[in-house]
Ligand binder design. Structure first.
Ligand code: SAH
Length: 461
């Protein structure tokens, strides 16, 4: 749920009211003037620098409801809360949007922080939760969006109609613009050589028929925490026309895909396959053939128990271009967030990833190899076979005191870690009923958690 609806308001030539005559009021009036508004300032005392600004109408007086006559928007910036409150009430009664500086309760709208690359504009806000965080965010945005993006946006705007007339298919047009704005054309604009940029763009328009067709990005989304995405994953998520995802991909991650991208859920839960694997393969092919950029988002890494190999096999057979983007696999993300190093000089020199998926009620694993000492075994999809797993390992010589952990929904806010031994953990799991997805980690390294978990941001028992 959003606390506010972000919008950009056109106040050009509109009369806006600023109540207050000091430094803060001056700053707010400045923003309004920058956006083309006419500003009426009301206060018993008004700084000269404020009243002298062109476009400002000063009224040296105490605030009165009459001052709201003909007003489009109000900002109260006095240091007197009772005055601010009065402004807020009067504005609310008249349905005039009102902002009271540093007093969200009295506001009907809040002012975002702004990164101005006009015509490109970024407005952002923490909804008053943390000004420091907002400032940090500004730093990030400043570095991501160079100053001369203004120029790039203006360039794009200049050719918008022309391109629209020439490239009529919207999906194709988006690709056209992405090619232009991510490639050499953009470089030319950013270095100030708009003539060359224009020539290149026109050349691209002539070759319009050759605009590339659909492709598929097979992208690993990591184990859950969106912070564990790779830059490349994020970039492709922003490019995709369609997102095909399953239930291992966390909701916040799916939401990070391009806002207007179509989202198709093909979730696979145990025994409740929404779409069969062959159907998913066919879907990817069909979408790409329609000329779309298809993002196949998979939990963890696509090539680790992800059937990614099968999906691209079909694509390759159909001659559809694809790229594969690795992700942090559950074993490594989950282990790290649970404070369990997968290898450690004193406990484990190797680490094995196996699937504990039951086939016809049994697990087909090389038990003797798994039961060897001084290694870590990570079991994906193993919860339902936990009893079998523990019993078989003990039967093949692993001490029943061997530490073992189940990590539920690792790296997410719902992460929980259950630890025990091969002997005790099945009982613990029976009692605690861990929620899917769960990962099982077996070996001496599990005991390190007691020392190391403290340093990790995720709190759990
Ligand atoms: N390709 C994925 C694995 C898919 S198999 C990867 O590389 O991680 C699905 C299994 O992964 C689940 O049954 C569970 O064992 C494990 N898994 C995936 N995400 C997990 C998470 N956040 N916490 C615990 N286990 C997870």
């Amino acid at each position: 749920m959003m606390d506010y609806l972000p919008i950009f308001l056109n106040v050009k030539g509109k009369l806006c009211l600023v109540v207050g005559g000091g430094e803060v009021a001056a700053r707010k009036a400045g923003v309004l003037l920058d956006a083309g508004a006419k500003v009426r300032v009301v206060a018993p005392q008004i700084k000269d620098s404020l009243s002298a600004q062109p476009g400002v109408e000063s009224i040296v007086a105490c605030f009165d409801a009459l001052h709201l006559e003909g007003i489009t928007l109000v900002i109260a910036a006095t240091d007197d809360r009772s005055v601010n409150q009065q402004v807020s009430e009067q504005a609310h009664t008249r349905n005039i949007p009102v902002n009271v500086v540093d007093d969200p309760e009295l506001c009907s709208f809040i002012m975002p922080a702004i990164l101005d690359r006009s015509p490109l504009m970024v407005a952002f806000s923490s909804g008053g939760a943390s000004p420091v965080l907002t400032r940090m965010m500004r730093g990030m945005l400043e570095s991501m969006i160079p100053q001369n993006y203004s120029r790039l946006a203006a360039f794009a705007e200049r050719f918008r109609q022309q391109v629209k007339q020439r490239v009529t298919n919207p999906a194709k047009r988006r690709i056209f613009w992405e090619n232009a704005l991510e490639g050499v054309v953009a470089e030319k604009v950013l270095t100030g050589d708009e003539n060359s940029a224009e020539a290149m763009l026109k050349k691209m328009l002539e070759d319009e028929d050759n605009i590339q067709r659909g492709e598929v990005y097979l992208v690993g989304a990591g184990p859950g925490d969106p912070d564990l995405l790779t830059f490349r994953a994020l970039r492709l998520m922003q490019k995709a026309d369609v997102v095909v995802y399953d239930n291992l991909v966390s909701k916040p991650i799916v939401e990070m895909a391009r806002r207007d991208a179509e989202r198709i859920f093909v979730g696979k839960k145990r025994a409740d396959h929404t779409l069969r694997q062959e159907e998913i393969n066919e879907l990817l092919v069909r979408l790409a053939k329609e000329g779309k950029r298809v993002l196949r988002l998979k939990g963890g890494d696509p090539f680790i128990f992800g059937r990614g190999g099968e999906e691209i096999e079909t694509l390759a057979a159909e001659g559809i271009p694809f790229q594969v983007v690795p992700g942090i696999t559950a074993a490594s993300g989950v282990a790290s967030y649970a404070g369990i190093p997968l290898t450690h000089r004193d406990y484990a020199q190797s680490c094995m990833f196996v699937t504990g998926h039951l086939k016809d009620g049994t697990m087909n694993l090389d038990w003797a190899a798994l039961a060897r000492p001084r290694q870590t075994v990570v079991v994906y999809m193993g919860l339902h076979g936990l009893d079998t797993l523990c019993a078989q390992l003990v039967a093949h010589g692993m001490p029943e005191t061997t530490p073992i952990a189940i990590v539920q929904q690792g790296t997410t806010r719902n992460q929980r870690v259950f630890t025990g031994t091969l002997k005790t953990l099945p009982g613990i799991a029976e009692r605690e009923q861990p929620q899917a997805p769960t990962l099982i980690i077996i070996g001496g390294v599990v005991t390190l958690r007691e020392k190391l978990q403290w340093f990790h941001p995720q709190g759990d028992e």
